[in-house]
Design a protein around this ligand. Structure first.
Ligand code: SF4
Ligand code: SF4
Length: 194
């Protein structure tokens, strides 16, 4: 895959922002990869995700500490760091998976030149190559600034990429808020869940 033509940053970003704005699906060609499901991450599920909540055993869910809207979290398995809904052939609830999973697009790291702090995902993103357009370079610079300011890698990458998508329309702001509020695959210390 690394030998294929670089991804077009502008068209990828347009689709990424549109998915964030609409809360739909990031169309990532994952193939057989399940790296983000095995990376010791916690998946937040919002109260309005009734279809997802109907398909996840209640015993697996915990309340998000300090959440005002009653969001729940699906913690990873301590023994192997995988999501408890991950089966031998992939996600057991794929058609009903959380919004955070549907929106997660590891290509954002490669697009913004940011290294994730999860080794499996870091390995996976080596296969995504983007063009070196001016607009992409400005996103990479912005991501570097966010990282230097102490922003976490995923948030830095998303904000850097989305921030230049629709500067005059305010959509970038909504998308940033959407990803921040949905807390896609947010990593939390083990002690944060009761
Ligand atoms: S790490 Fe990327 S390619 Fe792998 S499953 Fe997650 S989103 Fe798909
Ligand atoms: S719910 Fe499914 S897609 Fe989401 S992290 Fe778990 S196994 Fe992966």
């Amino acid at each position: 895959m690394a030998d294929s033509a670089p991804l077009d940053f502008t068209s990828w970003r347009a689709a990424f922002v549109a998915a964030l704005d609409a809360g739909t699906v990031s169309d990532v060609p994952c193939g057989g990869c399940t790296a983000c499901c095995r990376s010791r991450q916690f998946v937040t599920i919002a109260p309005d995700e009734s279809d997802t909540l109907a398909h996840v055993p209640k015993r697996l869910l915990s309340r998000v500490p300090q959440s005002l809207d009653g969001a729940l979290v699906l913690p990873y398995r301590h023994e192997d760091g995988a999501c408890p809904m991950l089966g031998p052939a992939g996600c057991l609830i794929y058609e009903h998976r959380p919004r955070a999973c549907r929106l997660y697009d590891c290509r954002v790291f490669a697009a913004a030149g940011v290294m994730p702090d999860q080794p499996l995902i870091a390995e996976r993103i080596r296969f995504w190559q983007f063009d070196e357009s001016t607009v992409r370079r400005s996103s990479v610079r912005r991501a570097r600034d966010y990282l230097q300011a102490g922003v976490a890698p995923l948030a830095a990458a998303v904000q850097a990429v989305v921030g230049s998508a629709h500067p005059s329309e305010g959509r970038s702001g909504r998308a940033s808020v959407a990803i921040a509020e949905s807390t896609p695959l947010t990593k939390r210390p083990d002690s944060s869940v009761e």
